[in-house]
Design a protein around this ligand. Sequence first.
Ligand SMILES: [Zn+2]
Length: 283
Amino acid sequence: MRYVDIDELRLRDGWLEEAEAATRAVVQNGAVPGERDQIWRDVKAKLADLLHDKCWFCETPIPRSDNAVDHFRPKGRVSDAKQEHSGYRWLAFERGNFRYACTYCNSRRIDVEHGTSGGKADRFPLVDEAARVYEVDVTTLDFSDLLRTVRKEQPEILDPCDLEDWKLLGCQRENGHPCPTSSDKSVVDRVQKSIEVYHLNHEPTCKQRHREAVMLLEAVREAKAAFLRIDDTNPDTKADFRGIAKRIQRMINRKAPYSGEMIFLLRGQRSPDHPWIRQLLEL
Ligand SMILES: [Zn+2]
């Protein structure tokens, strides 16, 4: 997972006005959000651009998908809510509620062969269920700042649009399975819940993540050896090292698949003998 700054989303002329009119139709006249789905479909390609056509939750490249715009707070029902919840309908056209997602993160799927299941669908668990917002007062609603209505809610699942959340998700070098980056209980709980809700342990995805991890760690081994061979009187030795360091940099660059997890693995390789690893991570 990587941080995505959703404020970077560039909208065409008139989009905000259409979104506000659609929100008014939903909250004031009871219209169904899905009837105006063109409004969020309209920004799908621009959302994809923000993370180089990768899913914002799992960082798998998405070649094509129909339902790639996820509503972080579900617009229909919310299955994690303690009482019946008819969805955060007033956020159906709010750009700050959009996430770009692959089919496995976004839709409920069961992988019978490997015994995993998940997919966000209508899920939205909170750290403190008592803070859940069920309805909004339409008469006092500020249409220019709709997210204000939910700021007391703390999502239990990791949010790629939060500055810190992405740093909490890592993966195991031996099999590509997702894992927390800290043993802090609140982190472990949130990561486990995210693995379940986004189906991050979907075996084919773990396999791809593992492949990247193997390539990364192989390159790190090569780079460490090349670094120790650097001989100031022989420029070739420096060039050899730099070539491998560049490859590693590409694997942790935000364009690369699973780059957040690769950053976590590279962090684990830091040592006083290899200051270049810290320098790559700071780039
Ligand atoms: Zn995904």
